[in-house]
Design a protein around this ligand. Sequence first.
Ligand SMILES: [Zn+2]
Length: 321
Amino acid sequence: MRTSIRFLILAIIGLLLIGCAFIYIYRPIYSVTLNGEFLGYSENKAALQAKINDYIENGQGDNVAFVQIDELPQYEMCLLKNNIVANDDEIFEKVISEGTPYYEYYTVTLNGEEKASFATYDDAQKVISDLKEKESNNIDKLGVVKKYELALADFSDTAQVVEDLYEAKPVVIKSTTSSYSYSAYTKTVNNTGNVVQLGMALLEPTNGVITSRFGYRRTSFHTGLDIANSTGTAIKAAASGTVTFSGTTTSGYGKYIVINHGNGIETYYAHCSQLYVTAGQNVSAGETIAAMGSTGNSTGSHLHFEVRVQGSCQNPQNYVF
Ligand SMILES: [Zn+2]
């Protein structure tokens, strides 16, 4: 009896020694494969897989939304000699190198067409709010779209995009019904006091003294603004446009020029002594087009300057002087 107990104790001690030696030489570890390809050994399967999951959900780097990985690694537990080194970091790098990152950014669209890209929603939304503040005419056609793409777009400068997308409101004649037709010249005038927005700036076409303003005279209506100065004073285009008339009339205007600025906007320059441009010619704003004079129905050297919108004479002083 005593002998068998002693033997049992010896056997247990022996087994413990063998066990200790075994644990000293071997340890449990995970063998990792991806698509059947052996990647290495992982010491900590849970931590490695958590790191991979985090990468898939959030990606790494600027504007990466998520990462698509077709195959996840397979883990198999095994016993290995202790001198075999685990390489969790290498396995992670290998797994993510097979992934496809999707980038997230925002585009501003006009009529559904993408016009500019931004890293954040706030940047894109700022373009819309700035254009709204400037009362851009296309505000209802603008939108912001979130994008997931395989490549990152070039991001735009907010201020530049606002400038590029800004659309001026079109010319609106608020009231033409109460306009006054002056039969002697068969001209239509806007005598309503409503200012027509041109959607463009006009320059002062010459220097001098205002001698007659737009409006009623005792028996007629003065359809422009008179600016007096000495004969030969330079007359300049109030804005860029195309010369549609340059010549002489026997009626009131004498030698005069008409420039079409588009959108139904025209400017007239009358009583000139000399004309420097011809019909069909394009002129830029501020370009000298004529010399002041007193041709036609005029009693002294002056410029009769008119601004017409869709044929209706406007008060030039709504825009210049
Ligand atoms: Zn006049």
